[in-house]
Write a protein that binds this ligand. Structure first.
Ligand SMILES: N[C@@H](CCC[C@H](N)C(=O)O)C(=O)O
Length: 293
């Protein structure tokens, strides 16, 4: 069944720290959701509205994830609101796992989720808290030195952090300095981010406590970014000269985002663990016309 011929497609709406998603269950991989259909669904005026879309599909039923099917039953097919594809979404994977449990497709507790960045181990808390912890894998810090991000006539040094998807993390004096983040900040030198980049602006709030704003590649300014919060925590630790692989001790940062709070722990073995909320707020049926344009 292609998206253009489906008759009324069930959806849900959810968010994690107000990074919001259209959730489209497609367990058997029957949908062909192209970029234009995704962008229409995510449109906040003419569609349902969301920073991104989570298609919920069995790994075995999707050619992109079939090789991971023996490790993770479900594949998070994440798309940005402009219809582009991203490797990973941290808030999305919490909402995805929360949806699976709510729908009776998984049990609370440990759960493996396949993503384009590999399999992520998730723990969905039992009960009504909506809290989800995710092993986000290792952060890569590929450099180079001397990266800058620019908004208008201002620029700041930034660190390149890869959480499966690319980030540029800049520490600023005041989050308002970044101005309007709907337009993508520029980065230099050219060529560091050939696939585009998510840009985080960060201020200190206290010991191991920071706050951030983000411009997300493919979505604009959002009220939270889970991979971004992980990148920020790792950049904040290195800025303080802390590397858990060297100290042998985990380091934990509280990261405030406009839509709430995430807690990020980096472990001596390099694993970055994110804990935060996930909520489903609505469900309904998509009119076929929205899918076909
Ligand atoms: N909001 C997400 C990140 C979504 C992907 C990102 N826009 C990209 O293109 O890499 C998160 O919570 O991590």
């Amino acid at each position: 069944m292609s998206a253009s011929t489906s008759a009324g497609l069930p959806f849900l709406k959810g968010h994690g720290t107000q990074n919001d998603f259209v959730i489209v269950p497609d367990p058997d991989g029957l949908l062909d959701l192209g970029p234009a259909a995704v962008a229409r669904l995510c449109d906040r005026r003419a569609g349902i509205g969301g920073d991104g879309l989570l298609r919920v599909v069995r790994s075995a039923a999707d050619p992109e994830a079939a090789a991971l099917a023996d490790r993770a039953e479900w594949f998070m097919d994440y798309r940005n609101s402009d219809g582009s594809i991203a490797e990973m979404c941290g808030n999305g994977v919490r909402v995805f796992a929360h949806y699976l449990v709510r729908a009776g497709l998984a049990k609370p507790g440990p759960l493996a989720v396949a993503t384009r960045a590999g399999v992520r181990q998730v723990v969905v808390a039992d009960g009504d808290s909506g809290e989800v912890t995710v092993d986000m894998g290792r952060a890569l810090l590929p450099g180079p030195d001397g990266i800058e991000v620019m908004v208008g006539d201002r620029s700041w040094p930034a660190r390149n952090v890869n959480m499966g998807n690319p980030h540029a993390v800049a520490f600023v004096e005041d989050l308002d300095q970044a101005g309007n983040l709907w337009t993508a900040p520029l980065t230099s030198p050219d060529g560091v981010y050939p696939e585009g980049v998510n840009v985080e602006f960060v201020v200190d709030r206290g010991p191991r406590h920071v706050a951030m704003r983000v411009h997300e590649r493919g979505s604009g300014e959002t009220r939270s970014c889970g991979t971004g919060a992980c990148a920020v925590a790792v950049a904040a630790a290195r800025r303080e000269g802390i590397d858990p692989a060297v100290t042998g001790e985990p380091v934990t940062y509280t990261v405030d985002v406009p839509g709430g709070r995430l807690v990020i722990a980096e472990h001596p073995d390099g694993r970055v663990e994110m804990t935060g909320p996930a909520e489903i707020v609505a469900e309904g049926v998509i009119e076929p016309g929205l899918l076909s344009g």
